[in-house]
Ligand binder design. Structure first.
Ligand code: NAD
Ligand code: TYD
Length: 339
Protein backbone atom coordinates (compact mmCIF):
# COMPACT_ATOMS: atom_id res chain seq x y z
CA UNK A 1 0.00 0.00 0.00
CA UNK A 2 1.23 3.53 -0.83
CA UNK A 3 -0.12 6.61 0.93
CA UNK A 4 0.53 10.24 0.05
CA UNK A 5 0.16 12.25 3.24
CA UNK A 6 0.06 16.05 3.34
CA UNK A 7 1.02 17.91 6.52
CA UNK A 8 2.55 14.80 8.06
CA UNK A 9 5.10 16.82 10.03
CA UNK A 10 2.36 18.45 12.11
CA UNK A 11 0.63 17.19 15.24
CA UNK A 12 -2.01 14.76 13.94
CA UNK A 13 -0.31 13.85 10.65
CA UNK A 14 2.86 12.78 12.46
CA UNK A 15 0.85 10.48 14.74
CA UNK A 16 -0.77 8.98 11.62
CA UNK A 17 2.67 8.35 10.09
CA UNK A 18 4.29 7.00 13.26
CA UNK A 19 1.44 4.51 13.63
CA UNK A 20 1.21 3.59 9.95
CA UNK A 21 4.80 3.37 8.77
CA UNK A 22 5.22 -0.39 9.23
CA UNK A 23 2.05 -1.10 7.22
CA UNK A 24 2.41 1.22 4.20
CA UNK A 25 4.88 3.14 2.09
CA UNK A 26 4.28 6.78 3.04
CA UNK A 27 5.28 9.90 1.13
CA UNK A 28 4.97 12.88 3.48
CA UNK A 29 4.46 16.10 1.51
CA UNK A 30 4.91 19.04 3.86
CA UNK A 31 5.94 22.67 3.54
CA UNK A 32 7.45 22.63 7.05
CA UNK A 33 5.79 25.84 8.19
CA UNK A 34 6.20 26.96 11.81
CA UNK A 35 3.85 24.05 12.74
CA UNK A 36 5.67 21.40 10.72
CA UNK A 37 8.54 19.86 12.60
CA UNK A 38 10.69 17.01 11.24
CA UNK A 39 11.60 16.19 14.87
CA UNK A 40 8.05 14.85 15.19
CA UNK A 41 9.07 12.10 12.76
CA UNK A 42 12.52 11.32 14.16
CA UNK A 43 11.27 7.81 15.05
CA UNK A 44 10.46 6.98 11.40
CA UNK A 45 12.98 9.11 9.52
CA UNK A 46 15.24 6.16 8.69
CA UNK A 47 12.44 3.69 7.92
CA UNK A 48 12.61 2.32 4.34
CA UNK A 49 8.85 2.97 3.92
CA UNK A 50 9.16 6.67 4.72
CA UNK A 51 10.07 9.64 2.55
CA UNK A 52 9.68 13.37 3.07
CA UNK A 53 9.12 15.81 0.21
CA UNK A 54 9.30 19.44 1.26
CA UNK A 55 6.75 21.33 -0.81
CA UNK A 56 3.67 23.53 -0.84
CA UNK A 57 0.24 22.00 -1.55
CA UNK A 58 -0.62 25.19 -3.46
CA UNK A 59 2.08 24.38 -6.03
CA UNK A 60 0.46 22.06 -8.63
CA UNK A 61 3.74 21.11 -10.33
CA UNK A 62 5.40 20.14 -7.05
CA UNK A 63 2.37 18.10 -5.97
CA UNK A 64 2.09 16.28 -9.33
CA UNK A 65 5.80 15.58 -9.26
CA UNK A 66 5.64 13.95 -5.81
CA UNK A 67 2.30 12.14 -6.06
CA UNK A 68 2.74 8.50 -7.14
CA UNK A 69 0.47 7.39 -10.03
CA UNK A 70 -2.36 5.17 -8.80
CA UNK A 71 -1.45 5.38 -5.12
CA UNK A 72 -3.91 3.94 -2.65
CA UNK A 73 -4.85 7.15 -0.89
CA UNK A 74 -4.11 10.80 -0.44
CA UNK A 75 -4.55 11.65 3.23
CA UNK A 76 -4.89 15.41 3.54
CA UNK A 77 -3.89 16.94 6.88
CA UNK A 78 -1.98 20.01 5.68
CA UNK A 79 -3.59 23.23 6.84
CA UNK A 80 -3.18 26.41 8.75
CA UNK A 81 -4.87 25.16 11.91
CA UNK A 82 -4.95 27.82 14.63
CA UNK A 83 -8.05 30.01 15.10
CA UNK A 84 -6.22 32.92 16.77
CA UNK A 85 -3.78 33.18 13.86
CA UNK A 86 -6.71 33.23 11.43
CA UNK A 87 -8.13 36.20 13.33
CA UNK A 88 -4.82 38.07 13.04
CA UNK A 89 -4.70 37.35 9.30
CA UNK A 90 -6.85 35.02 7.21
CA UNK A 91 -4.97 35.19 3.92
CA UNK A 92 -2.73 32.17 4.43
CA UNK A 93 -5.76 30.19 5.63
CA UNK A 94 -7.60 30.81 2.37
CA UNK A 95 -4.49 30.01 0.35
CA UNK A 96 -3.46 26.77 2.04
CA UNK A 97 -6.79 25.44 3.26
CA UNK A 98 -8.92 26.27 0.23
CA UNK A 99 -6.64 26.66 -2.80
CA UNK A 100 -4.27 23.96 -1.53
CA UNK A 101 -7.14 21.49 -1.15
CA UNK A 102 -8.34 22.17 -4.71
CA UNK A 103 -4.81 21.67 -6.08
CA UNK A 104 -4.69 18.28 -4.31
CA UNK A 105 -8.13 17.27 -5.61
CA UNK A 106 -7.04 18.01 -9.19
CA UNK A 107 -3.77 16.16 -8.72
CA UNK A 108 -5.54 13.15 -7.16
CA UNK A 109 -7.78 12.95 -10.20
CA UNK A 110 -4.91 13.20 -12.65
CA UNK A 111 -2.82 10.62 -10.82
CA UNK A 112 -5.82 8.26 -10.40
CA UNK A 113 -5.53 8.11 -6.62
CA UNK A 114 -7.93 5.48 -5.28
CA UNK A 115 -9.22 7.45 -2.26
CA UNK A 116 -9.01 11.03 -0.95
CA UNK A 117 -9.31 11.23 2.85
CA UNK A 118 -9.99 14.82 3.82
CA UNK A 119 -9.31 15.79 7.44
CA UNK A 120 -11.79 18.44 8.53
CA UNK A 121 -13.01 19.83 11.83
CA UNK A 122 -16.17 19.98 13.93
CA UNK A 123 -15.68 23.77 13.87
CA UNK A 124 -17.29 23.97 10.41
CA UNK A 125 -20.60 23.73 12.30
CA UNK A 126 -20.02 26.99 14.18
CA UNK A 127 -21.45 27.74 17.60
CA UNK A 128 -23.80 25.17 19.16
CA UNK A 129 -26.76 25.73 21.49
CA UNK A 130 -25.86 25.04 25.16
CA UNK A 131 -26.72 21.33 25.04
CA UNK A 132 -26.37 20.75 21.29
CA UNK A 133 -24.25 18.19 19.43
CA UNK A 134 -22.95 18.28 15.85
CA UNK A 135 -24.27 15.53 13.61
CA UNK A 136 -23.00 14.85 10.10
CA UNK A 137 -26.15 16.49 8.67
CA UNK A 138 -26.02 19.59 10.91
CA UNK A 139 -25.77 22.89 9.04
CA UNK A 140 -22.32 24.10 7.99
CA UNK A 141 -22.08 27.65 9.39
CA UNK A 142 -18.53 28.43 10.43
CA UNK A 143 -17.77 31.40 12.70
CA UNK A 144 -14.01 31.95 12.55
CA UNK A 145 -11.88 32.59 9.47
CA UNK A 146 -10.14 29.24 10.17
CA UNK A 147 -13.46 27.37 10.27
CA UNK A 148 -14.69 29.24 7.17
CA UNK A 149 -11.62 28.09 5.23
CA UNK A 150 -12.10 24.48 6.38
CA UNK A 151 -15.82 24.60 5.49
CA UNK A 152 -14.95 25.96 2.07
CA UNK A 153 -12.39 23.20 1.54
CA UNK A 154 -15.05 20.60 2.37
CA UNK A 155 -17.33 22.06 -0.31
CA UNK A 156 -14.59 21.63 -2.93
CA UNK A 157 -14.03 18.04 -1.78
CA UNK A 158 -17.74 17.21 -2.13
CA UNK A 159 -17.82 19.02 -5.48
CA UNK A 160 -14.95 16.86 -6.78
CA UNK A 161 -16.82 13.73 -5.70
CA UNK A 162 -20.06 14.89 -7.32
CA UNK A 163 -18.56 16.30 -10.53
CA UNK A 164 -15.72 13.90 -11.25
CA UNK A 165 -16.65 10.82 -9.24
CA UNK A 166 -13.55 11.09 -7.05
CA UNK A 167 -13.70 8.65 -4.12
CA UNK A 168 -13.64 10.95 -1.09
CA UNK A 169 -14.22 10.47 2.62
CA UNK A 170 -14.42 13.46 4.97
CA UNK A 171 -13.71 13.22 8.69
CA UNK A 172 -14.53 15.97 11.18
CA UNK A 173 -12.71 15.73 14.47
CA UNK A 174 -13.22 17.66 17.67
CA UNK A 175 -10.30 19.20 19.61
CA UNK A 176 -7.35 16.80 19.67
CA UNK A 177 -4.76 16.65 22.44
CA UNK A 178 -1.68 14.53 23.03
CA UNK A 179 2.09 14.51 22.44
CA UNK A 180 3.76 16.66 19.75
CA UNK A 181 1.01 19.32 19.67
CA UNK A 182 2.43 22.74 18.95
CA UNK A 183 2.27 24.84 22.15
CA UNK A 184 -0.05 27.52 20.78
CA UNK A 185 -3.20 25.40 21.28
CA UNK A 186 -4.81 25.42 24.72
CA UNK A 187 -3.50 22.22 26.33
CA UNK A 188 0.14 22.23 25.23
CA UNK A 189 0.30 25.98 25.91
CA UNK A 190 -1.12 25.47 29.41
CA UNK A 191 1.18 22.50 30.13
CA UNK A 192 4.33 24.25 28.95
CA UNK A 193 3.46 27.50 30.77
CA UNK A 194 2.65 25.59 33.98
CA UNK A 195 5.94 23.69 33.71
CA UNK A 196 7.68 27.08 33.99
CA UNK A 197 5.19 28.48 36.56
CA UNK A 198 4.02 31.04 34.00
CA UNK A 199 0.39 32.28 33.84
CA UNK A 200 -2.08 30.36 31.67
CA UNK A 201 -4.29 32.68 29.58
CA UNK A 202 -8.00 31.95 30.03
CA UNK A 203 -10.04 33.67 27.34
CA UNK A 204 -13.14 35.48 28.64
CA UNK A 205 -15.08 33.59 31.33
CA UNK A 206 -13.46 30.23 30.48
CA UNK A 207 -16.86 28.55 30.20
CA UNK A 208 -16.52 27.72 26.50
CA UNK A 209 -17.08 24.01 25.96
CA UNK A 210 -14.79 21.81 23.84
CA UNK A 211 -14.90 18.07 23.17
CA UNK A 212 -11.39 16.65 23.70
CA UNK A 213 -10.27 13.52 21.91
CA UNK A 214 -6.83 11.95 22.27
CA UNK A 215 -4.83 12.11 19.03
CA UNK A 216 -4.27 8.33 19.06
CA UNK A 217 -8.02 7.70 19.28
CA UNK A 218 -8.53 10.19 16.45
CA UNK A 219 -5.93 8.49 14.24
CA UNK A 220 -7.52 5.07 14.90
CA UNK A 221 -10.76 6.60 13.61
CA UNK A 222 -9.00 8.01 10.54
CA UNK A 223 -7.54 4.57 9.81
CA UNK A 224 -11.03 3.05 10.06
CA UNK A 225 -12.50 5.72 7.77
CA UNK A 226 -9.69 5.24 5.25
CA UNK A 227 -10.05 1.47 5.18
CA UNK A 228 -13.80 1.01 5.48
CA UNK A 229 -15.55 4.39 5.19
CA UNK A 230 -18.15 4.67 2.46
CA UNK A 231 -17.19 6.83 -0.52
CA UNK A 232 -18.78 10.27 -0.34
CA UNK A 233 -19.56 10.02 3.39
CA UNK A 234 -18.63 12.29 6.29
CA UNK A 235 -17.76 10.87 9.72
CA UNK A 236 -17.64 12.70 13.04
CA UNK A 237 -14.96 11.83 15.60
CA UNK A 238 -15.20 13.03 19.21
CA UNK A 239 -14.13 12.27 22.75
CA UNK A 240 -17.58 11.79 24.26
CA UNK A 241 -17.09 14.19 27.18
CA UNK A 242 -17.48 17.88 26.31
CA UNK A 243 -16.06 20.11 29.07
CA UNK A 244 -15.71 23.84 29.81
CA UNK A 245 -12.17 25.15 29.44
CA UNK A 246 -11.92 26.07 33.14
CA UNK A 247 -12.78 22.53 34.19
CA UNK A 248 -10.11 21.16 31.83
CA UNK A 249 -7.51 23.60 33.13
CA UNK A 250 -8.32 22.92 36.80
CA UNK A 251 -7.97 19.21 36.16
CA UNK A 252 -4.67 19.83 34.41
CA UNK A 253 -3.31 21.88 37.30
CA UNK A 254 -4.29 19.12 39.75
CA UNK A 255 -2.47 16.55 37.60
CA UNK A 256 0.60 18.81 37.48
CA UNK A 257 0.35 19.70 41.19
CA UNK A 258 0.36 23.39 40.34
CA UNK A 259 -1.75 26.15 41.95
CA UNK A 260 -4.94 27.51 40.35
CA UNK A 261 -3.46 30.98 40.81
CA UNK A 262 -1.64 30.33 37.50
CA UNK A 263 -4.96 30.83 35.68
CA UNK A 264 -4.94 34.37 34.26
CA UNK A 265 -8.09 35.82 32.78
CA UNK A 266 -7.45 37.68 29.51
CA UNK A 267 -9.63 39.46 26.96
CA UNK A 268 -11.82 37.02 25.08
CA UNK A 269 -11.05 35.81 21.56
CA UNK A 270 -13.07 37.74 18.96
CA UNK A 271 -16.19 35.82 17.92
CA UNK A 272 -15.34 33.01 20.36
CA UNK A 273 -17.69 30.03 19.87
CA UNK A 274 -19.26 28.89 23.18
CA UNK A 275 -19.71 25.22 22.47
CA UNK A 276 -18.46 22.41 20.24
CA UNK A 277 -19.57 18.85 20.91
CA UNK A 278 -19.66 15.91 18.54
CA UNK A 279 -22.17 13.12 18.07
CA UNK A 280 -20.07 10.20 16.80
CA UNK A 281 -22.88 7.61 16.58
CA UNK A 282 -22.37 7.18 12.83
CA UNK A 283 -18.73 6.10 12.91
CA UNK A 284 -19.46 3.90 15.93
CA UNK A 285 -22.31 2.06 14.31
CA UNK A 286 -20.87 1.87 10.77
CA UNK A 287 -17.16 1.36 11.48
CA UNK A 288 -17.12 0.13 15.08
CA UNK A 289 -14.94 2.98 16.37
CA UNK A 290 -15.16 4.47 19.85
CA UNK A 291 -12.69 6.62 21.81
CA UNK A 292 -10.74 4.41 24.21
CA UNK A 293 -8.48 6.77 26.14
CA UNK A 294 -10.22 8.32 29.17
CA UNK A 295 -9.47 12.04 29.41
CA UNK A 296 -7.72 11.92 32.81
CA UNK A 297 -5.37 9.16 31.64
CA UNK A 298 -4.67 10.86 28.31
CA UNK A 299 -3.99 14.11 30.11
CA UNK A 300 -1.54 12.50 32.56
CA UNK A 301 0.33 10.81 29.71
CA UNK A 302 0.40 14.06 27.73
CA UNK A 303 1.78 16.02 30.69
CA UNK A 304 4.44 13.35 31.17
CA UNK A 305 5.40 13.55 27.49
CA UNK A 306 5.86 17.34 27.65
CA UNK A 307 7.85 17.03 30.88
CA UNK A 308 10.13 14.46 29.25
CA UNK A 309 10.52 16.51 26.05
CA UNK A 310 11.40 19.96 27.35
CA UNK A 311 13.98 20.59 24.56
CA UNK A 312 11.25 19.91 21.94
CA UNK A 313 9.03 22.49 23.66
CA UNK A 314 11.73 25.12 23.90
CA UNK A 315 12.67 24.69 20.23
CA UNK A 316 9.00 25.30 19.33
CA UNK A 317 8.85 28.35 21.56
CA UNK A 318 11.58 30.34 19.84
CA UNK A 319 11.86 32.40 16.67
CA UNK A 320 8.54 32.81 14.88
CA UNK A 321 6.59 31.79 18.02
CA UNK A 322 7.76 34.84 19.94
CA UNK A 323 6.89 37.18 17.09
CA UNK A 324 3.40 35.63 16.93
CA UNK A 325 2.77 36.22 20.64
CA UNK A 326 3.97 39.78 20.35
CA UNK A 327 1.32 40.35 17.65
CA UNK A 328 -1.29 38.28 19.46
CA UNK A 329 -1.17 40.27 22.68
CA UNK A 330 -0.29 43.65 21.19
CA UNK A 331 -3.90 44.83 21.41
CA UNK A 332 -4.91 43.05 24.63
CA UNK A 333 -4.74 44.76 27.98
CA UNK A 334 -3.18 41.86 29.85
CA UNK A 335 0.57 41.72 29.75
CA UNK A 336 0.53 38.81 32.20
CA UNK A 337 0.68 36.18 29.48
CA UNK A 338 3.48 37.67 27.41
CA UNK A 339 6.36 35.30 26.98
P1 NAD B 1 -0.66 21.37 12.55
O1 NAD B 1 -0.82 22.85 12.48
O2 NAD B 1 0.02 20.76 13.72
O3 NAD B 1 0.14 20.86 11.25
C1 NAD B 1 -0.14 21.32 9.96
C2 NAD B 1 0.90 20.74 9.02
O4 NAD B 1 0.60 21.17 7.69
C3 NAD B 1 2.32 21.21 9.33
O5 NAD B 1 3.21 20.10 9.24
C4 NAD B 1 2.61 22.22 8.24
O6 NAD B 1 3.99 22.33 7.92
C5 NAD B 1 1.79 21.66 7.09
N1 NAD B 1 1.42 22.69 6.11
C6 NAD B 1 0.85 23.90 6.36
N2 NAD B 1 0.69 24.58 5.21
C7 NAD B 1 1.16 23.78 4.20
C8 NAD B 1 1.25 23.92 2.79
N3 NAD B 1 0.82 25.05 2.18
N4 NAD B 1 1.76 22.91 2.08
C9 NAD B 1 2.19 21.78 2.70
N5 NAD B 1 2.15 21.59 4.02
C10 NAD B 1 1.63 22.58 4.78
O7 NAD B 1 -2.12 20.78 12.34
P2 NAD B 1 -2.82 19.56 13.09
O8 NAD B 1 -3.29 20.02 14.42
O9 NAD B 1 -1.97 18.36 12.97
O10 NAD B 1 -4.11 19.40 12.18
C11 NAD B 1 -4.08 18.57 11.02
C12 NAD B 1 -5.41 18.69 10.31
O11 NAD B 1 -6.46 18.33 11.21
C13 NAD B 1 -5.73 20.08 9.82
O12 NAD B 1 -6.34 19.98 8.56
C14 NAD B 1 -6.70 20.64 10.86
O13 NAD B 1 -7.58 21.58 10.28
C15 NAD B 1 -7.44 19.36 11.25
N6 NAD B 1 -7.99 19.35 12.62
C16 NAD B 1 -7.18 19.59 13.69
C17 NAD B 1 -7.72 19.52 14.98
C18 NAD B 1 -6.86 19.76 16.20
O14 NAD B 1 -7.39 19.75 17.33
N7 NAD B 1 -5.55 19.91 16.08
C19 NAD B 1 -9.09 19.25 15.16
C20 NAD B 1 -9.87 19.02 14.03
C21 NAD B 1 -9.32 19.05 12.75
P1 TYD C 1 -7.68 26.07 20.86
O1 TYD C 1 -6.74 25.06 21.44
O2 TYD C 1 -7.11 27.26 20.19
O3 TYD C 1 -8.66 25.26 19.91
P2 TYD C 1 -10.03 25.78 19.17
O4 TYD C 1 -10.10 27.25 19.22
O5 TYD C 1 -9.80 25.25 17.79
O6 TYD C 1 -11.16 25.11 19.91
O7 TYD C 1 -8.62 26.58 22.03
C1 TYD C 1 -9.40 25.68 22.80
C2 TYD C 1 -10.27 26.53 23.72
O8 TYD C 1 -9.42 27.17 24.68
C3 TYD C 1 -11.01 27.64 23.02
O9 TYD C 1 -12.27 27.82 23.68
C4 TYD C 1 -10.15 28.87 23.24
C5 TYD C 1 -9.53 28.60 24.59
N1 TYD C 1 -8.17 29.14 24.82
C6 TYD C 1 -7.89 29.85 25.98
O10 TYD C 1 -8.77 30.08 26.84
N2 TYD C 1 -6.61 30.29 26.17
C7 TYD C 1 -5.62 30.09 25.24
O11 TYD C 1 -4.46 30.54 25.44
C8 TYD C 1 -5.92 29.35 24.06
C9 TYD C 1 -4.87 29.10 23.02
C10 TYD C 1 -7.21 28.89 23.89
Amino acid sequence: MTLFVTGGAGFIGSEFIRRGISKARIVNFDKLTYAGNPDNLAKVAGHPNYSLVVGDICDPAAVLDALPEGCDALVHFAAESHVDRSILSAEEFVRTNVLGTQVLLDAARHRKVARFLHISTDEVGGDLAPDGFFREDSPVRPSSPYAASKASAEHFVRAAAHTFGLDVVITRTSNNYGPYQFPEKLLPLAISNAMENRPIPVYGDGLQVRDWVHVTDNVRALEAALANGKAGETYHIGGGRPMPNLEVLRLLLRVMEKPESLLASVTDRLGHDRRYAVDFTKISSELGWRPEIPFERGLRDTVEWYQNNAPWVSRCRSGEYRAYYERMYADRESAATRI
